[in-house]
Unconditional design. Structure first.
Length: 117
């Protein structure tokens, strides 16, 4: 959906670094049918269609897992409608309430399909 221009991913430095790190982990590469080069091409494509944001304010401490706070910071900085992740437990553990919805990729796709008909 990102590569088709249906949704626009939002990136900041921390999320960019996380994507770079995770997409190059051997245990991740081993779980796919794609080569490392193919994974890099897809991630680069995702980066090329995303919108980049500088995060100027940190909403910390907020989440139980400090390593996830950068996602909240980016969602606020980008004025996101959705934060899409399988990590609902940690992302919904914060004390602060924000104006975006936290959904799994599956739930986002179901909701988006229903809206598109």
């Amino acid at each position: 959906m990102c590569l088709q221009g249906v949704i626009e991913p939002q990136f900041g430095n921390a999320l960019f670094s996380e994507y770079e790190d995770v997409s190059n982990r051997q245990n991740i590469v081993d779980k796919t049918r794609f080569t490392s080069d193919e994974i890099t091409e897809v991630v680069d494509g995702l980066f090329s269609v995303g919108r980049w944001h500088k995060v100027h304010f940190l909403w910390r401490p907020n989440l139980r897992d400090e390593g996830d706070n950068h996602l909240i910071d980016l969602a606020v900085a980008s004025n996101a409608d959705y934060l899409i992740s399988y990590n609902l437990k940690d992302l919904m553990s914060g004390d602060l309430i924000f104006d975006f919805e936290v959904l799994t990729p599956d739930d986002f796709l179901k909701a988006h399909k229903m809206k598109r008909g």
